[in-house]
Ligand binder design. Structure first.
Ligand SMILES: [Ca+2]
Ligand SMILES: [Ca+2]
Length: 387
């Protein structure tokens, strides 16, 4: 029981027993234990929710576990050259993966070269996945970055919070409590200011949102921001949301965070309006850059908001947000999906390859004739054109 941690839920208890088996018996009884838990709804696909709520858990009966990772041969590539993507699928120790399917849909700025089975009509590269329990298998494919796919980066939103008050293009709103987002010079990632949401003493829910919908286009921009938070750990914190219907409804972006996403959740039962939700909570120990993939929001018009919430007791400092950037840049957006035998997607992974300009192939135009030169019989005259 010492291994399950503080404020344990049922799955924490399960994991504590599994950890004990690992320490004492090198995991010899892992599958026996998991099978017993899975029969009672605490399988690998179960979701605990908050340890303090008896209503937000999701039961799962599966002893099948799959882990998907996606890597690329280079982080950036010139137009006209190749990138190889490698999917790695690992099966859990209790069950193999039978009749699974791994797919990658090629974006339009690349051309298929090799690997897997390619359907040119749907632009999907696919691999059947059949591996034994505990085994790992890699599935690689190669694409060529199309010539002409580079374009200079363009910032659709670049908020460095340089003004003393709330800058144009942003609006605060308040649902619960009396605190709200302000501009602060106490902390900044870029001097002199940042947005700041205090960690309220009482229950609170307040937001700062963009006011002008931004077109995501066919290849959505990358969304990044810097955050620095110190809130009551596990009870108060912040979330980031998107709206694609002019603010009528908002969707949490936690599932789209590919770098420095939420680090915990906010507890229920003490009047936090967002109790039970994943969030930035506790102490970030300084500034951290969060990256968000907006791939699912292609061709939509989006608003973004930062939302702070707290429960009805105990405060800390709060949440600073700065250098909020939506940058459209030439990149290959690759997304891998792993489907089980019932065609349910069980894993998804994204990666991005920056496309860089092929400086060696810039077209040049001769606008005036070079000066005359002499050439002797059997020799060349050389003329130079500078791009
Ligand atoms: Ca700033
Ligand atoms: Ca609190």
């Amino acid at each position: 029981l010492k291994l399950q941690g503080c404020d344990a839920g049922f799955l924490d208890g399960r994991d504590g027993i599994l950890a004990a088996d690992q320490l004492l018996y090198n995991g010899a009884y892992h599958c026996s234990i998991m099978t017993a838990f899975a029969r009672r709804g605490m399988g690998y696909d179960a979701v605990q929710g908050s340890a303090n709520s008896v209503t937000d858990q999701i039961s799962g009966f599966s002893t099948v576990q799959s882990i998907l990772t996606l890597t690329q041969s280079v982080q950036q590539q010139l137009e006209g050259l190749n990138v190889t993507y490698t999917n790695t699928v690992k099966a859990g120790v209790c069950s193999g993966l039978t009749n699974y399917l791994l797919t990658d849909t090629l974006p339009t700025n690349v051309t298929y070269v090799s690997g897997g089975t390619y359907n040119a009509a749907t632009r999907v590269v696919s691999f059947p996945v059949n591996i034994n329990a505990g085994q790992t298998q890699t599935y690689a494919f190669t694409v060529q970055v199309n010539n002409g796919s580079y374009f200079p980066p363009a910032n659709l939103l670049d908020e460095q919070v340089t003004t003393a008050g709330i800058p144009a293009g942003w609006a605060t709103s308040l649902s619960v409590g009396s605190d709200n987002f302000v501009v602060s010079s106490a902390q900044s990632h870029s001097a002199p200011n940042s947005f700041f949401g205090v960690n309220s003493v009482g229950a609170s829910d307040f937001r700062i949102a963009t006011t002008n919908p931004i077109a995501m286009g066919a290849a959505p921009p990358t969304f990044t921001f810097w955050g620095n938070y110190n809130t009551e750990d596990g009870w108060d914190g912040g979330v980031v949301e998107i709206s694609t219907n002019a603010g009528a409804t908002w969707l949490d972006l936690g599932a789209q965070m590919t770098e420095n996403g939420y680090n915990g959740s906010m507890g229920t039962g003490s009047n936090n309006p967002l109790g039970g939700r994943s969030a930035f909570t506790g102490n970030s120990n300084g500034w951290k850059k969060t990256t968000v993939s907006l791939l699912p929001f292609a061709n939509q018009n989006a608003l973004f908001r930062f939302r702070a919430a707290s429960d009805d007791n105990t405060s800390a400092i709060g949440w600073y947000v700065d250098d909020i950037l939506l940058q459209s840049r030439a990149q290959v957006n690759m997304r891998s999906s792993l489907f089980n035998s019932s065609n349910v997607r069980v894993q998804v992974k994204d990666t991005f390859t920056i496309i860089i300009q092929n400086a060696g192939c810039t077209p040049v135009t001769v606008t005036s004739q070079p000066n005359n030169a002499n050439a002797c019989a059997g020799t060349n005259a050389t003329f130079t054109v500078v791009a």
